[in-house]
Design a protein around this ligand. Structure first.
Ligand SMILES: Nc1nc2c(ncn2[C@@H]2O[C@H](COP(=O)(O)OP(=O)(O)O)[C@@H](O)[C@H]2O)c(=O)[nH]1
Ligand SMILES: [Mg+2]
Length: 216
């Protein structure tokens, strides 16, 4: 009966995800679910977004980690309104965890909410949280074969951020191979090559984010 159990869990999750979605819509809030393996550079990018958007966009962040409040502290220091979920072992955020965290944010005051999911290239792709866009990050240090090995997240995502491109000269990573494999899995994938260190590609990413902000 394992199949039935899994189906029930996903059904319950999508019901709560719909509730989250209604709440986000009521507040005119754009929501991004940011996913990657541990260490791809999600929190560093959020710090960059804090610096870039400054007073112009009010950004909230839900941080998901198995343990610690370190990431929430980092993004709060960058001027973002942050709340931390400690999953205590769970490898992804589900809609219920996000719903419980939302009470700690002033949703009406926010323009954008970014949920930094637990570092994991597999499980988070299975769980809708009521987001508008799934955005995944793959750093060039992870290797150019990863779209083939972890296709679900590439299929589910609207955007692929290929991160840490400043490191390319030191690696044997073929970025064209990542892009071709990503597009073979998901022809609609929007791809940005970025570096939070050098700043390469961040303008294009910030422009894309700005375009997604709902008119209220
Ligand atoms: N070379 C390089 N390192 C980066 C970049 N972005 C993040 N890092 C480093 O990668 C490590 C993990 O970054 P972090 O943002 O915590 O990753 P997260 O686990 O996805 O949130 C840290 O040492 C960052 O300084 C980048 O664009 N280039
Ligand atoms: Mg992080």
């Amino acid at each position: 009966m394992r199949v039935a159990v899994v189906k029930n869990i996903l059904d319950a999750n999508s019901r709560i995800a719909q509730e989250n979605r209604k709440l986000f819509d009521r507040h005119g809030l754009t929501v991004i679910n940011l996913m990657s393996s541990p260490g791809a550079g999600k929190t560093t990018l959020l710090e960059q977004m804090g610096n870039h958007f400054g007073g112009r966009l009010k950004i909230g962040v839900v941080e998901g980690d198995i343990q610690t409040t370190l990431d929430a502290e980092r993004v709060a220091a960058a001027g973002l309104e942050a709340v931390q979920i400690e999953t205590d072992g769970a490898c992804h955020l589900d809609a219920n965890m996000v719903q419980n965290a939302l009470g700690n944010l002033d949703l009406e005051a926010l323009d954008l909410l970014v949920v930094e999911n637990v570092g994991n290239l597999v499980c988070p792709a299975d769980f809708n949280i009521g987001e508008d866009h799934k955005v995944m990050m793959l750093s060039v240090t992870e290797g150019d074969d990863k779209p083939y090995k972890y296709p679900l997240m590439f299929r589910e995502s609207r955007v692929l951020l290929i991160s840490k491109v400043d490191l390319l000269p030191h690696l044997r990573c073929n970025i064209e191979k990542i892009k071709a494999a990503g597009r073979a899995i998901n022809p609609d994938l929007v791809i940005f090559e970025i570096s939070s260190y050098s700043g390469q590609g961040l303008d294009d990413w910030h422009n894309w984010v700005q375009e997604q902000i709902k008119a209220t």
